[in-house]
Write a protein that binds this ligand. Structure first.
Ligand SMILES: Nc1nc2c(c(=O)[nH]1)N[C@H]1C(S)=C(S)[C@@H](COP(=O)(O)OP(=O)(O)OC[C@H]3O[C@@H](n4cnc5c(=O)[nH]c(N)nc54)[C@H](O)[C@@H]3O)O[C@H]1N2
Ligand SMILES: Nc1nc2c(c(=O)[nH]1)N[C@H]1C(S)=C(S)[C@@H](COP(=O)(O)OP(=O)(O)OC[C@H]3O[C@@H](n4cnc5c(=O)[nH]c(N)nc54)[C@H](O)[C@@H]3O)O[C@H]1N2
Ligand code: SF4
Ligand SMILES: [Mo]
Length: 762
């Protein structure tokens, strides 16, 4: 009888980074459970983690490259043939128009896949060196306001404080639903358990959200807010604190904050009475919120995608930090503190395109729409027009890495129509889906169980310092390249080497030496060291070698020989349950700040200028109904709907609507409704529930499967509708260029059509 083997690994699906115990027999997954000995997650797990085995064995998961034939049908080919096809489609574009005609789309799973996260920089960096102008990412439908505000206030785009969940006595969550998402830009397994613990020790938790989510239920206190008005609410809270002498100026922030009085002056016009109608919150309740926060011992405010992907995403995100300062909570025990990642990463330094002392934004604009850049990127909805608008500088080639923008990007119908116009579309992806069906070549990676894993970015947002590493649970099939090798080969190809001949080892040494050089710059952990001396000290190859560098250059590392007792990846490998480096700590502000003044710089022109736009918002008539987005625990953006265990039960792709709005529209529960916006119209069943506030409806994103040319058998049986056919791509949070996904004016009427069908425009 074949023996059972138990493996320990970390779930790579979300930011909670749960430890798993995976039992295999003959290289087949027998069971997946939470690992009670994991130093970080202590046994917590969600249904997605247990489904990793199904994801691995999904018959639709690509195990061979796919090439699209002249008939438009994708067929499996060998790797040599695939690379020959890459050469065939990509080389002419590069020769005729240069790398300026190429872009890379970096999808969300890149951040959760060690091979991709460590080597996407090789592809993007080398393609940029060859002349590529910009990349596209979901950042502009996600956390861009947070990156922008973090850069301006703290000096680092990934320097964000997180709520000290273990010690706060009054947590306010705005626009986040960790009961579904499991926490975002806040890594903390079992968020609901942590909220309950706050309440159990006598603290309070309030959720500000147009929807009474399961998070709001666990919190016990729910404040419904009209979408897009958080900045108004937060200004009014600030104004109340100022009026009532409740602003705290604690000693620990002395000399470390600049601009608070200027922001208080900006808050002056925003009285609770003035914002109440727009927010849908009575003035007395706003005052009450301010007083409650001021009375708390250790209050903390946390906002996420609902406060980012909205009309005033930057101002709302900024004011969350301003309030944390005004309450004395920044860098205080129980307030919001800066995590300490155990591994150094190059992303914790300034972006390479930012050369001066200060961060600069809106330095240049996109070709077609003239959208200003932010961190070198344009809104992701610009991608379609950059492909389909003729003229010099038109994008002719796309390399997409783990992304599905046909579903995830607003205004997606235009992108779906534009992708077939590319002369070269290469997708690094594991499924034939709505986006990759347009690719000339699809290059699949390994399954999550066939590759090693360590998280990178998310330890920068973790409520405890820890580090975990695991090797592959199952052996990779012979002859399959790892994704880091695929990215390096693509990088070499863009640099001019024929795809089949790229010398991966040489290119890897070049790239790794570049990263070591970043670590040896002034102010970085290996400052002054010689990169040539460091390279041979590192163990392994590929991502493992870069993780070794990260651990050794990190705060607990051996500093490549300088501190022999410190950690290396070799040492860490001997701890399959992870290594704990201690709880979130206050008192790190001075160490974290990278601003020119060395203080938290609360005031910037880019922010102050936008206050006028917010004031103008107060004069606007409110639309009767607005559309918002939501997530579900058993989904992950667009790509887990093909796992049967995660796509069972009642239909989740419904329009949530309040009973009053349903009655006004003449809709009953379960009936199809036609939802229309300035962008498009669709029909979808309604789910009538008072968990929505009146005037706001909610659709999940990530659906809209079952399209011709895809291979997602299970997902196609329950296709749902793509909410981004309704979200316009040109309504933006101006400072950050983030697209508004929450608060989109819409109308709802009874529909005769079946679920998912687009009804003809009148
Ligand atoms: N299960 C699961 N987990 C995921 C994902 C997934 O798809 N499924 N996606 C992952 C990704 S990529 C991300 S970025 C994170 C996101 O993680 P979260 O930010 O927690 O995202 P959501 O669950 O969408 O919660 C957003 C909430 O904002 C509310 N909201 C909408 N508009 C407004 C507004 O104007 N103001 C306020 N205050 N609230 C508003 C919505 O009603 C919703 O409850 O989740 C990650 N985790
Ligand atoms: N309306 C609306 N739209 C939204 C949002 C919203 O809240 N509302 N949220 C936005 C957010 S926060 C995000 S992050 C984006 C996500 O936007 P995207 O990143 O574009 O979309 P995903 O659905 O995450 O697509 C992931 C892709 O990666 C592939 N994949 C999965 N695992 C692997 C792997 O290991 N290797 C490789 N090579 N490929 C893999 C999948 O097949 C899929 O094609 O969506 C955004 N769009
Ligand atoms: S919460 Fe679920 S999806 Fe996220 S890491 Fe844990 S098991 Fe994986
Ligand atoms: Mo995201």
């Amino acid at each position: 009888m074949a023996a059972e083997v138990e493996h320990r690994a970390t779930c790579p699906l979300c930011e909670a980074m749960c430890g798993l115990r995976i039992t295999t027999v003959d290289d087949q997954v027998r069971s997946i459970r939470g690992n009670a000995d994991d130093v970080w997650s202590r046994g917590y797990i969600c249904p997605k983690g247990t489904a990793l085995g199904h994801l691995h064995s999904d018959p639709d998961r690509l195990r061979q490259p796919m090439v699209r034939g002249a008939d438009g049908i994708h067929r499996p080919v060998g790797w040599d043939e695939a690379w020959a096809e890459v050469e065939r489609v990509l080389r002419p574009v590069l020769q005729e128009d240069g790398a300026g005609a190429l872009t890379v789309y970096v999808g969300n799973p890149v951040a959760h896949n060690l091979d991709l996260v460590k080597y996407i920089g090789a592809l993007v960096g080398m393609a940029s060196a060859a002349g590529m102008k910009a990349i596209y990412t979901p950042g502009t439908v996600d956390q861009w306001p947070l990156n922008l505000v973090s850069a301006l206030l703290f000096g680092g785009m990934w320097a964000g404080p997180v709520p000290d969940l273990a010690r706060t006595d009054h947590l306010v969550i705005l626009g986040a639903n960790p009961s579904a998402s499991q926490g975002s830009m806040l890594s903390a397994p079992d968020m609901l358990g942590r909220l309950k613990a706050i309440r159990a020790r006598g603290g309070r938790v309030l959720v500000v959200d147009p929807r009474r989510t399961r998070t709001a239920e666990a919190a016990g206190e729910w404040l419904p807010i009209r979408p897009g008005t958080d900045a108004l609410l937060l200004f009014a809270v600030l104004r109340t604190l100022a009026d009532e002498g409740l602003v705290r100026r604690p000693a620990h922030l002395d000399g470390l904050v600049s601009g608070l009085d200027e922001v208080l002056a900006l808050a002056a016009p925003f009285t609770p009475e003035r914002v109440a109608a727009a927010c849908g919150i009575p003035a007395e309740q706003i005052r009450g919120l301010a007083r409650d926060l001021a009375a708390a011992r250790a209050p903390a405010l946390y906002g996420r995608i609902g406060t980012c992907t909205q009309e005033f995403g930057t101002l709302a995100t900024w004011l969350i930090f301003v309030l944390n300062v005004a309450l004395g909570s920044l860098d205080a025990p129980g307030g919001v503190c800066f995590p300490r990642a155990a591994a150094w990463m190059p992303g914790s330094t300034r972006a390479p395109d930012q050369t001066g002392e200060r961060w600069e934004f809106h330095r240049y604009t996109s070709r077609v729409r003239k959208a200003p850049e932010v961190f070198g990127q344009f809104p992701v909805s610009c991608l379609a027009e950059e492909i389909d608008t003729p003229g010099a500088g038109r994008l002719r080639a796309l390399i997409s890495v783990a992304g599905n923008p046909v579903i995830s990007a607003p205004g997606s119908a235009r992108l779906d129509a534009a992708l077939p116009r590319l002369d070269a579309f290469i997708a690094v992806d594991n499924w034939l889906n709505e986006t990759t069906r347009h690719a000339h070549v699809i290059l699949p990676g390994l399954s999550p169980l066939e590759r090693g894993h360590a998280d990178d970015l998310y330890w920068m947002y973790a409520v405890e310092s820890a580090f975990k590493w695991n090797g592959p649970v199952l052996p990779a099939p012979a002859g399959r390249p790892a994704e880091w090798e695929i990215l390096l080969r693509l990088a070499g190809t863009v640099l001019g080497m024929p795809a089949p001949d790229v010398d991966l080892a040489a290119l890897d040494d070049l790239y790794t030496t570049g990263i070591i050089t970043v670590a040896t710059r002034p102010g970085q952990p290996l400052a002054g060291r010689d990169p040539a001396e460091i390279l041979p000290m590192l163990h392994g190859r590929g991502p493992a070698r870069l993780v070794d560098l990260g651990v050794r250059a990190g705060p607990f590392g051996d500093r490549c020989g300088e501190r022999p007792d410190g950690w290396t990846l070799e040492k860490a490998r001997r701890h399959p349950d992870g290594i704990a480096f201690g709880p979130l700590r206050a008192g790190r502000l001075a160490e974290v700040l990278q601003t020119p003044s060395g203080t938290v710089e609360l005031v910037h022109d880019l922010l102050v200028r936008d206050v006028g736009r917010l004031t103008a918002r107060l004069e606007r008539a409110e639309p009767e109904l607005v559309l918002t987005s939501r997530r579900h625990l058993r989904s992950n953006n667009s790509w887990l709907h093909n796992v049967p265990a995660l796509n069972r039960g009642t239909n989740r792709c419904t329009l949530l609507i309040h009973p009053l709005d349903a009655a006004r529209a003449g809709l009953a529960d379960g009936q199809p409704a036609e939802v229309s916006t300035a962008q498009g119209r669709l029909s979808v069943p309604v789910e009538v529930s008072d968990e929505m506030m009146p005037g706001v409806v909610s659709l999940p994103h990530g659906w809209g499967h079952g399209q011709a040319g895809t291979r997602l058998t299970v997902a196609a049986t329950r296709p749902g509708i793509n909410s981004n056919l309704l979200n316009p791509g040109d309504v933006l949070d101006i400072p950050s260029g983030t697209i508004v996904l929450n608060g989109v004016p819409c109308q709802v009427h009874p529909a005769r059509t079946v679920d998912g069908q687009v009804t003809a425009a009148p």
